[in-house]
Design a protein around this ligand. Structure first.
Ligand code: HEM
Length: 137
C-alpha cells in the first residue's frame, strides 16, 4: 500500500519528514473545509459542520504510513482497503476532482519540493480515479 519509493533508498516520507507529512494532511482538510462544501458534506462533521477530528486523525495516520513513514494506521485499523472503505460514498468525477484539488492545494507549499510535489500529485490523482464508483449522470 505504500507509494513506490522515489529512489532506491528514499520514500516521500524521508524527503518530507514527520512534521511536513502531518502538516500536509492538515492543509488538505483545511482547504476542504474552506473551499469544497460538497466534499465536506460526505464526511463526518463536527458541530460546526467542519470535517470531524476523527476523520482527520485516521487519514493523517494513513498518510504517514502511505508516504513511507511509520505504520500508524494498519496495526490499528487493518489494511486500508480503500475501494471497500469508499464504497458507501458516491464518488464520480466531481468528488474525485474536488478531492484532487484539495490535495493539490495542500502540496503547493514550501515544505514540499518540486520533485516530491509532482510525484505525489500524479500518484494521488491515480488513486483518486481508482476510487471512482459511480458513473457520471
Ligand atoms: C476520490 C475522491 C475521494 C472521496 C470523495 C473520499 C471520501 C472519503 C470519505 C467520505 C471518507 C470517510 C470519512 C468519514 O469517516 O466520515 C474517507 C475516508 C478515507 N479516505 Fe477518502 N476519499 C477520496 C479519495 C481518497 C484517496 C485518493 C485516498 C488515499 C490516497 C483516500 C484515503 C482515505 C482514508 C485513509 C480514509 C479513512 C478510512 C478510515 O476510516 O479508516 N481517500 N474518504
Amino acid at each position: 500500500m505504500t507509494t513506490t519509493p522515489l529512489g532506491p533508498n528514499h520514500t516521500p516520507f524521508d524527503r518530507l519528514g514527520h512534521d511536513a507529512a502531518v502538516d500536509l494532511a492538515k492543509r488538505f482538510y483545511d482547504h476542504m473545509d474552506a473551499h469544497e462544501p460538497a466534499l465536506v458534506a460526505v464526511h463526518r462533521q463536527d458541530d460546526e459542520g467542519r470535517i470531524a477530528p476523527i476523520v482527520r486523525e485516521r487519514f493523517t495516520a494513513f498518510l504517514v504510513e502511505w508516504l513511507g513513514g511509520p505504520a500508524l494506521y494498519s496495526p490499528k485499523h487493518g489494511h486500508p482497503r480503500l475501494r471497500m472503505r469508499h464504497a458507501p460514498f458516491p464518488i464520480g468525477t466531481d468528488l474525485r476532482d474536488a478531492w484532487v484539488r484539495c490535495m493539490k492545494a495542500a502540496l503547493d507549499h514550501p515544505t514540499v519540493d518540486d520533485e516530491v510535489r509532482e510525484y505525489l500529485n500524479r500518484r494521488f490523482a491515480e488513486v483518486a480515479d481508482f476510487l471512482r464508483n459511480r458513473p457520471d449522470a
